[in-house]
Ligand binder design. Structure first.
Ligand SMILES: Nc1ncnc2c1ncn2[C@@H]1O[C@H](COP(=O)(O)OP(=O)(O)OP(=O)(O)O)[C@@H](O)[C@H]1O
Ligand SMILES: [Mg+2]
Length: 248
């Protein structure tokens, strides 16, 4: 069973298609990089996978089930693109809340909070209010909440956002460790060197279409970096807006 699957999925917002006939699958224990220019549809794909929005056409499966069912979302960690955190809550109470949602109770919950705080380097900030944290620390809290339920599936939307170089390296290590412990990972990112180090395969979206998908070796030619392949594949994709071609 695939960890998640999109089968010929389209998503319309009004007349405009954010995704057009997209098919993707994530093999268990592997990491897939979801790439594409701004507005390509990456966040929309992640939101569909989480059941936050429903496809206009096609089907989405998470752990074999419909993502809108809570059983399908059990064991899924999610780091959203924009973290909106309750400013007055402490880091500790926020992590306890997420651990509770993941089914942890009592001493197990206490231990999980301590463990993810240690892992993400925020142990010294557990008493701080979320509204007082810097951007990078906020992102670390985002990772901690995604990791707290020991997820089997991780969905990460631009995980390096706001992190300094040390933070980016840490984040990469956490993601690789999660994968090595058997977690299936879908990561959307603009940082192609990071994707190259973390992911086994990539899917490149442009204007809602999958313009390329496959293993790193299938996508990147021997004389290229992933960045070169990305530019080649996206620039050879024909834009869908005739006015761009007409210059009007
Ligand atoms: N709730 C919404 N209502 C209307 N349009 C939307 C909505 N969500 C996304 N879109 C549109 O869908 C398209 C894809 O957006 P999406 O956020 O998925 O792109 P993205 O690949 O994540 O981009 P970025 O790299 O900038 O994060 C865009 O044209 C966006 O304006
Ligand atoms: Mg996005």
């Amino acid at each position: 069973m695939l960890a998640l699957e999109l089968a010929v999925v389209s998503k319309y917002f009004g007349e405009r298609a954010a995704l057009s006939r997209v098919s993707l699958g994530l093999k268990p224990g592997s990491a897939l990089g979801l790439l594409g220019p701004n507005g390509a549809g990456k966040t929309t794909a992640l939101r569909l996978i989480l059941g936050h929005t429903e496809p206009s056409e096609g089907s989405v499966k998470l752990q074999g089930g419909d993502p809108v069912r809570s059983e399908s979302r059990r064991g899924v960690g999610y780091l959203p693109e924009r973290l909106v955190l309750p400013a007055h809550r402490s880091v500790r109470s926020f992590l306890r809340l997420h651990g509770g949602l993941a089914g942890l109770r009592g001493s197990e919950l206490d231990q999980a909070v301590a463990a993810v705080a240690e892992q993400t380097g925020i142990s010294g900030r557990l008493a701080d209010r979320l509204g007082t944290l810097s951007k990078g620390l906020t992102q670390r809290v985002g990772f901690a909440q995604a990791f707290i339920g020991r997820p089997r599936v991780l969905l990460l939307d631009e995980p390096s956002s706001g992190l300094d170089p040390m933070g980016m390296r840490d984040a990469r290590d956490w993601i690789v460790q999660a994968k090595e412990s058997g977690c299936s990972v879908l990561v959307s990112s603009h940082l192609l060197s990071e994707v190259e180090r973390i992911c086994d395969s990539v899917a490149i979206l442009d204007e809602g279409h999958v313009v390329a998908a496959g293993s790193m070796a299938e996508i990147v030619r021997p004389d290229e970096e992933l960045e070169d392949a990305f530019v080649r594949l996206v620039s050879s994709h024909t834009p869908s807006f005739p006015e761009i071609l007409d210059g009007g």
